[in-house]
Design a protein around this ligand. Structure first.
Ligand code: ZN
Length: 254
């Protein structure tokens, strides 16, 4: 109630070594142990873990939130989800920021503030703000205008980073995004999703109507080459990595 984040309850507040406040929160019992796949409530604890999702700033001093949550086993026979962690309405599954923080930064950019300035004032990364704004645009604008020539671009925002997953293992996170653009030049960016996988592309395309997909006559992908291209004419040495390859893109995905 203190934070106003549905599903989370403040347990205690401590001062960190740098004098910043650390707010320890736990999952509200109404949400604890609820399997997101089957809806059954589990009482079988597998492990305890903690994450530090970022929230709106509280005053001039930094406030760090530490969410202590539980990894559960789902005992429902037909459920495909064998283990899961607590999920609450105020934080999307796997998100490192609260939903209200992402809304706030997206709306701030929508009020003509720069992405860089909004990121600094909310103490989040430029990438977080840009992604939130892109999602807000997709929500507000709805179905993008149709195009007969669809371009699929992959863009890397910053350097790859190591991040510890909820199971304690370190994961290499590459900040790639896939953008969908109108190659006729009429409508520019049509949509953007996290990642550079075929699943991400299929997910975005499946969100479009059949009529929208039927208007696409051709699609192209601009992907960085996996290996340096060789000179085909004279020396056969590998050239610069600054070039990008353009290849045909099957309409049904990669
Ligand atoms: Zn389940």
């Amino acid at each position: 109630m203190l934070l106003g984040l549905p599903g989370l309850i403040v347990e205690r507040v401590e001062l960190d070594e740098d004098r910043s406040r650390v707010v320890h929160v736990v999952t509200d019992e109404r949400w604890a142990g609820l399997c997101s796949a089957c809806g059954e409530r589990s009482t079988s604890v597998k492990a305890h873990t903690a994450t530090a999702p970022k929230d709106l700033p509280y005053g001039p001093a930094a406030v760090k939130m530490l969410w202590h949550k539980t990894r559960w086993r789902c005992r429902a026979e037909q459920c495909p989800q064998k283990t899961f962690t607590d999920q609450v309405p105020s934080i999307a599954p796997g998100a490192r920021t609260t939903t209200r923080l992402r809304h706030a930064v997206a709306e701030a950019v929508g009020e003509n503030r720069s992405v860089d300035e909004v990121a600094r004032s909310h103490r989040v990364s430029w990438t977080t703000v840009q992604r939130a704004f892109t999602r807000l645009c997709a929500t507000v604008l709805g179905e993008p205008p149709p195009t007969p020539l669809l371009g699929i671009d992959e863009t890397c925002f910053g350097r790859p980073r190591w991040r510890r997953g909820e199971d304690g293992r370190w994961l290499l996170v590459e900040p790639w995004e896939t953008g969908f653009v109108d190659l006729t030049g009429q409508h520019g960016l049509l949509g953007q999703v996290d990642g550079r996988t075929s699943a991400a592309v299929r997910s975005w395309l499946s969100g479009r109507s059949q009529a929208w997909r039927d208007t696409v006559r051709s699609s192209r992908s601009t992907r960085p080459p996996r290996t340096r291209p060789r000179c085909a004419s004279c020396c056969h040495r590998r050239g610069s990595l600054s070039t990008t390859s353009v290849s045909s893109w099957p309409r049904t995905g990669r």
